[in-house]
Design a protein around this ligand. Structure first.
Ligand code: NAD
Length: 487
């Protein structure tokens, strides 16, 4: 049951569409439910947009584009800075909303809000550093002026697993670069994005720069936007099959596209690794966000000489975690986002166990209510097991072993995904050789977390393309124009 203080915080979140600075109901007053995944209870309803509502949002973004692009970069940066400060001030309420609609513990929600806010701080500083170039052409006669200009109206589609951070790392650079936008959050977690839209308005973001639409009819509502000539850029974070479909649709307008897609991260433990650090890193890489992260360690590849000790220690730590509703004191692990997510984890574990894997800890759903799955460690997972090639997106750590560095690298790269890899070794030469050989966009060396607003986040292969964060992050929202000048 939602408590009265939780209800008070939920009631303060706007639940209508946010278009051109107005909160307005969806056409036909359509609404959709938002559930608490720890109880299955409906905790709110939000507007359920139609195609025409979504096109109104795009029209608002398009109408504001010229004026926003002409706004001084310092002003855009200061709005982002204020938004950063408001996120920190409002972190407790934002965290409660996030936990209630997504499930993770309050501590994890607070951590996400800190991380999400950092994108606003980072890009508040980048807004005033956008610059082009002046050069002399090789023939000496012509001068070349290279300028950077905002791409134009953007569409952002975000997932439920990090309801704010996956938004701020698109919204932050877009605001800094001078782009307007339509944001479509995941239907499971719309409240966090509406709370953020209200916060950005409080920070002084002019009407129409950011528009938010929520819908239960996602493919039908999104496609006309993607194919609309007013849209210039699509940035998507979500699963690879949906990303592929959106890339196909984006061909109509030859949109600029960024794709942050699925992962299948290898976690490599070499024989010379600091095992304390490796186990600590494994806990973070596996259990952050209940394993529902594109960066989650999906395959533990451990040198056979240390595999048994690593597995026993990891199982001890995983087995000691406390499950429960994210709002409860001392809870480490919340529920998975819905019944389908929990069932998929169960299927992947059954598939591995049927082929001979051994369950060291966990291995089953927990409780009657909510979508809980026990933190699980498996050893002896056979190479053909589905969980080694599919994203688990849950609290399950499959451990397999290797004998040589070459074998480890070949196993790590034996996947269609290429987002991140974790490497634990104390040998600098081995670390750099392995880092060079990994087919991923990111490598975490002796640490269990890789995301950092000051660094370029993104993948290769079926994990997508484009980078979010770092100095690269704003480039995704800038066009390069050159002017040739005869003297
Ligand atoms: P999803 O692809 O089902 O949904 C993501 C978003 O796309 C949601 O807003 C959803 O409503 C929307 N969507 C769904 N079908 C669509 C369609 N046909 N057309 C347009 N939009 C559509 O993914 P999910 O289950 O919400 O999120 C989990 C996935 O996201 C995982 O694969 C995870 O690895 C990935 N992810 C990637 C990153 C990254 O940065 N690489 C970060 C977080 C999550």
């Amino acid at each position: 049951m939602t408590t009265s203080s939780e209800t008070a915080v939920l009631d303060a979140v706007p639940t209508n569409l946010f278009i051109a600075g107005q909160w307005r109901p969806a056409s036909g007053a359509a609404r959709m439910d938002v559930e608490d995944p720890s109880t299955g209870e409906v905790i709110a309803t939000v507007a359920d947009a139609s195609v025409s509502d979504a096109l109104d949002a795009l029209a608002a973004a398009d109408a504001k584009q010229k004026q926003w692009a002409a706004t001084p970069p310092r002003d855009r940066g200061e709005i982002l800075r204020r938004a950063y400060e408001l996120m920190i001030d409002r972190a407790d309420d934002l965290a409660l909303v996030m936990t209630l609609e997504m499930g993770k513990s309050l501590a994890e929600s607070r951590a996400e809000i800190g991380y999400a806010a950092e994108f606003f701080r980072w890009f508040s500083e980048e807004a005033v550093r956008v610059a082009g170039r002046w050069s002399t052409a090789p023939n000496g006669a012509t001068r070349l002026l290279t300028m950077k200009q905002p791409v134009g109206p953007c569409l952002f589609i975000t997932p439920w697993n990090f309801p704010l951070a996956m938004g701020t790392r698109k919204i932050g650079p877009a605001i800094a670069a001078g782009c307007t936008m339509v944001v479509k959050p995941a239907p499971q977690t719309p409240l966090s994005m509406y709370a953020l839209a209200a916060l950005l308005a409080d920070a002084g973001l002019p009407d129409g720069v950011l528009n938010v639409v929520t819908t239960s009819k996602t493919p039908a509502v999104v496609e006309p936007l993607v194919r609309d000539h007013r849209l210039r850029k699509l940035s998507f974070t979500g699963s690879t099959p949906v990303g592929r479909r959106l890339v196909e649709q984006s061909a109509t307008q030859l949109l600029r596209v960024s794709m942050e897609l699925g992962g299948n991260a290898p976690f490599l433990v070499f024989p010379d690794a600091d095992l304390d650090a490796a186990v600590e890193g494994a806990m973070l890489a596996k259990m952050r966000n209940i394993g529902e992260a594109c960066t989650a360690a999906n395959r533990f590849l451990v040198h056979q000489s240390v595999a048994e000790e690593f597995a026993t220690r990891l199982a001890g730590r995983m087995g000691a975690l406390k499950l429960g509703r994210g709002t409860e004191e001392g809870v480490d692990v919340g529920p998975l986002v819905d019944g389908a997510a929990r069932d998929k984890v169960g299927e992947l574990v059954a598939d591995a166990v049927d082929a001979g894997a051994k369950v060291l800890v966990g291995g089953s759903p927990v409780g009657e209510r909510g979508y809980f799955y026990a933190p699980t460690v498996l050893t002896g997972v056979e190479p053909g097991a589905r969980m080694l090639s599919e994203e688990i997106f849950g609290p399950v750590a499959p451990i397999t072993t290797f004998h040589t560095d070459e074998e480890a690298l070949a196993m790590a790269n034996d996947t269609q995904f290429g987002l991140v890899a974790y490497v634990f070794t104390r040998d600098v030469s081995r670390a750099l050789t392995v880092a060079e050989g990994l087919e991923t966009g990111m490598v975490a060396l002796n640490q269990g977390i890789v995301s950092n607003p000051a660094a370029p986040f993104g993948g290769v292969k079926h994990s997508g393309y484009g980078r979010e964060g770092g100095v690269e992050g704003i480039e995704e929202y800038l066009e390069t124009k050159y002017v040739g000048i005869a003297l």
